[in-house]
Every structure is written in C-alpha cells, then in structure tokens.
Design a protein around this ligand. Structure first.
Ligand code: B4P
Length: 193
C-alpha cells in the first residue's frame, strides 16, 4: 500500500490537488472535511454538532474525526492506498492514524506539505466562498480563525512527521498544474525509492 498525507493550512490547495492525485495514482481519497460536510448534508446528529463548530472556524473533536477515519479504512479493504486530505490536524490524530495503519501492517509513506502565504489563503477562501455556498468561506473573521487554529494545533503535525523524515515541503503558489507536477514528482521519487 502507498499512503500519503496532503498537508497544509486551509485554502492551501489540499482538496484541489487531491482530486488530481487520486486520478493519477488510483488512491482512495479520504477528506475529513468532505466526510463532515456529508454528515451535515444528511442532517445527522454528528453533522449538526460538527456544523456549529466548523462555522466558528474551529476543529471538530479528535475522537469524532478519528472514528470517521477508522470506519472509512474498514469500509475500503481493497484500496491500494489512501490519500489523507485535511487529516490529521492534531498530533493526537496523527498518533491515532499511525496506530490504525500499523494494525493494517502499513504506514504513511510521505507527507506533502503545501506552503502558502496567509494573504493568498484568505483571498482564495473568500473567492471560493462566492460560489461554493460554504458558510465557513464567506466570513473573513471565520477564515482567520481557521488559519489561527491551524497555526496553534495543526502546524505541529508536520514536526511530528519530521521526526520520521517523512515531510516534503512544497511551494503551494503557482498554477494548479505546476504544483501538481511537483507533487507528482515527489511521489514518484518516493515510490521508486
Ligand atoms: P477542509 O474541508 O479540510 O477544507 P480547507 O482546509 O478549508 O480547504 P482545502 O485546503 O481543502 O481547500 P483548497 O485549498 O483545495 O476543512 C473544513 C473544516 O472542517 C475545518 O475548518 C474544520 O472545522 C473541519 N475539519 C476537517 N478535517 C478536520 C480534522 N481532521 N479535525 C478537526 N476538524 C476538521 O481550495 C481553496 C480554494 O483555493 C479553492 O477555491 C481552489 O480553487 C483555490 N486554489 C487551489 N489551488 C490554487 C492555486 N494553485 N492557485 C489559486 N487558487 C487555488
């Protein structure tokens, strides 16, 4: 199995690049943001609880997203590998993911960390908010809270994987295709190694 994490702040291009990477590499895409938005659309109790947290730009509790990922791994026994998008977002989530993968006798091969300036993040998310209908993308204060939440709780996840030499930092500014080419060459180099 080849498992990778696409890492970065909100608006860094994780969702955008994930779509292209799964098409090229045949990986199963697991986005905790998409899973949470499906729960909201289904108006499930989990979705309703998550919506009020997401609308404030905060992180949903670890145990909720870890259980969602656990179920998704169980439900995809045939996958040749997973692309984790927007997960893990805390060190506790990273440790839980490592344990879940170890139970399946596999691990994370590479963490691709997209680097984008704060000004660019805010401008991309406000722009997406004009058409996406995502309530967390329309209010600049909420966007800034998401970026602060990332700096406070999520940035350390890269340091956690640095200890295992798994992180490759990639400039996330430029055209979508330019960034995709760089990410692909990093994956190719890792999978041939
Ligand atoms: P997510 O759904 O993960 O979304 P995101 O971080 O906001 O954005 P992403 O990075 O995927 O967007 P992209 O740049 O592709 O999270 C939403 C919320 O869910 C979180 O705030 C949190 O509350 C909750 N949540 C999710 N996972 C969680 C977890 N594990 N633990 C706790 N809570 C969790 O797209 C942004 C825009 O940029 C798009 O419009 C795109 O077209 C544009 N763009 C992309 N690349 C570009 C480029 N190169 N140039 C110009 N524009 C570009």
């Amino acid at each position: 199995m080849f498992n990778l994490i696409l890492f970065g702040p909100p608006g860094s291009g994780k969702g955008t690049q994930s779509e292209k990477l799964i098409a090229r590499y045949g990986l199963k895409h697991l986005s905790t943001g998409d899973l949470l938005r499906s729960e909201i659309a289904a108006q499930s109790p989990l979705g309703m609880a998550a919506k009020s947290i997401m609308d404030k730009g905060q992180l949903v509790p670890d145990e909720v997203v870890i259980e969602m990922i656990n179920s998704a791994l169980e439900n995809n026994p045939q996958a040749r590998g997973f692309l984790f998008d927007g997960f893990p977002r805390t060190t506790a989530q990273a440790e839980a993911l490592d344990k879940l993968l170890a139970q399946k006798e596999t691990e994370i091969a590479i963490v691709l960390a997209l680097q984008v300036s704060k000004e660019e993040l805010v401008s991309r998310l406000l722009n997406r908010g004009k058409s996406s209908g995502r309530s967390d993308d329309t209010n600049e204060a909420v966007i800034l809270s998401r970026i602060e939440e990332y700096e406070r709780k999520t940035a350390v996840v890269a340091e956690y994987y640095d200890k295992f030499g798994k992180v490759v930092r990639v400039k996330g500014e430029g055209t979508i295709d330019e960034i995709f080419d760089i990410l692909s060459s990093e994956i190719d180099a890792k999978s041939e190694a």
